[in-house]
Design a protein around this ligand. Sequence first.
Ligand code: MN
Length: 237
Amino acid sequence: MTLLFALDIPAVPIVGRPEQFPVNRIYCVGRNYAAHAREMGANPERESPFFFSKPANAIAQNGAALPYPQRTRDLHHEVELVVALAGDALAARGECLSLAEALAAVFGYGVGIDFTRRDLQAEAKDKARPWDTAKGFDDSAPMTALTPVAKAGDLSDAHITLHVNGELRQEGHISDLIWNIPELVAELSTYYRLRPGDLIFTGTPAGVAAVVPGDVLEGRVDGLETLKISIGPALRS
Ligand code: MN
């Protein structure tokens, strides 16, 4: 097969390996920490988390200076644990996975930020419109290299934080996830055929807030690489 033109495959580095991890799809989980659900005006006792997605080429690399995006005046950070999926079993099937199959499909973990144009999201919620312009824009998914499962150790009670200009903004524990990692992979597999290369942004703890040009953001999860990015000047708007 000959393609009319070449397309780049989005990819992220892997800690301790020369290969890069090719990104297929990016799935995201909404309101997977009770404290964040409450800060967004929802009741986590009555509503389950839910899924949305970003395009694979929304990935941005660790260390990048990201331009402040167009069409927003309220760009918010959401630090998140990122789960990367791979493996032969997933390649063969991928639908309706058991909890054991879901856990076996996890290749590794990274730290990411689900950047959100909160003003566009608020308008979409108000008008019952899709979230794509609020969530799926260029550079909206910066993330670290992936740490393979065996090197990451047990993340079940890891601390997750985001600092902006050295000041703590977001904080939580992976044990606070409403849907834990195997549960959310299994739940997602009831909606989609999961493939090697899929990433899942697992939801954000409380403390989401706006960033401005010049801000430096550092996202951490115990045992994983630290994400460090900065916000550059605004694109034309
Ligand atoms: Mn999020």
